[in-house]
Ligand binder design. Structure first.
Ligand code: GRF
Length: 216
């Protein structure tokens, strides 16, 4: 079912926590059916358990191929009727078995304004480049890393005395607001993908506005 989420993590899980909190507070109308980590020491697993959410560790090691690992994940998600996958700090590339099982139904959150600074250490890359603003992007996942249609972005200023750590902390505050909102937009429907663009119908956009009005 569409509003049954599967969240994939590898570590801290603060974005998972943001989704849990948004559901609890009624800002996001969804259910997290399953949290899967590829590492059994991911702190996010404990967050899920504390919220009473089922967890699984499916290590990426020990499979004959990367695709076999993905297929195992698909089996578990399908067994729980998951309709939308949220990557939340999941440090693995998503391969064809997952992409084909969940077309346009996998979301990722990335700590930069894509297409700037894809890949790891996005905040360090932003500082090194000297950009004045960075931010957060939630996008649909495709076969190319950090490159799918963009659902939602938020801008965060980069300050002269920022380090990668201080910028990451400022961006993270926006991540936690942006991810639940983007999931809500995707679950609400009334959107389509045209080329690289994620486009919402006028009625869907006015039902849950996601951007500041022009000129504000
Ligand atoms: C976040 O910065 C997210 O944008 C990136 O990985 C980090 C995960 O953090 N993809 P957390 O595990 O959600 O705390």
């Amino acid at each position: 079912m569409k509003d049954r989420l599967g969240v994939l993590i590898s570590g801290r899980g603060s974005n998972l926590q943001a989704l849990i909190d948004a559901i609890r507070d009624g800002r996001l109308d969804a259910t997290i059916a399953l949290v899967i980590s590829n590492r059994d020491d991911a702190a996010g697993l404990e967050r899920a358990r504390a919220a009473g959410i089922e967890t699984l560790t499916i290590s990426h090691r020990g499979w004959p191929s990367r695709d076999d690992h993905d297929r195992a994940i698909v089996r578990e998600l399908r067994a729980r009727d998951v309709g939308l996958i949220c990557l939340a700090g999941y440090m693995r590339l998503v391969g064809p078995p997952l992409l084909e099982a969940y077309p346009n139904a996998i979301l990722n959150i990335h700590p930069s304004l894509l297409p700037a600074f894809p890949g790891i250490d996005a905040q360090r890359q932003a500082i090194a480049h000297g950009v004045r603003v960075s931010g957060v992007t939630v996008h649909l996942v495709t076969s190319e890393l950090d490159n799918g249609p963009i659902v939602l972005q938020r801008v965060v200023p980069v300050l002269d005395d920022d380090t990668a750590e201080t910028l990451a902390a400022r961006i993270l505050v926006e991540e936690h607001k942006t991810y639940p909102e983007a999931v809500s937009i995707v679950l609400a429907g009334g959107w389509r993908v045209e080329g690289r663009r994620f486009l919402r119908s006028a009625s869907a956009a006015s039902a849950s506005p996601s951007r500041l009005p022009a000129g504000s």
